[in-house]
Design a protein around this ligand. Sequence first.
Ligand code: CUA
Length: 159
Amino acid sequence: MNVEFYERIWMWAAVGLLVIFLGTIVVTAASNAVHPPSHMETIDPATLADNPEFGNPAVKEQPDGSVVVSVVAQMFSFSPDPIEIPANRPVTFRITSGDVIHGFEIVGTNANAMAIPGYVSQFTITFKNPGEYLIGCNEYCGLLHHTMVGKVIVKEATR
Ligand code: CUA
């Protein structure tokens, strides 16, 4: 089969681009510790208010010094807000939704999960730098989606 010289160049250029694009995805995913969700837990969204954990979502310190934050996302806010947590300690976020699918992204970190009615999303993160972080909802959830923000306040650990 005879392939024109210029066509050959463009074929290899196209292959090269594919390799570069896929490589970019792999490298950024690895360097930013991106990984798919691995926690599977269901919950009845209709009885959230009576749920011992999510009926009163809050930041709870565990006996071992770690921190668990239960979060309910609901049009168009997060509860609790603000979320006050200590720096340099593992913080486990447990997130669910009371209505539709929302996003829970802590801007500037790799904390990013979906809040899905009927499910609890969970991840653990340690904040090294005290300060204020913005929480954004990154799933379109209704007319005021763009106003759905929250705040994480990371405080210097006092221990
Ligand atoms: Cu909640 Cu968009």
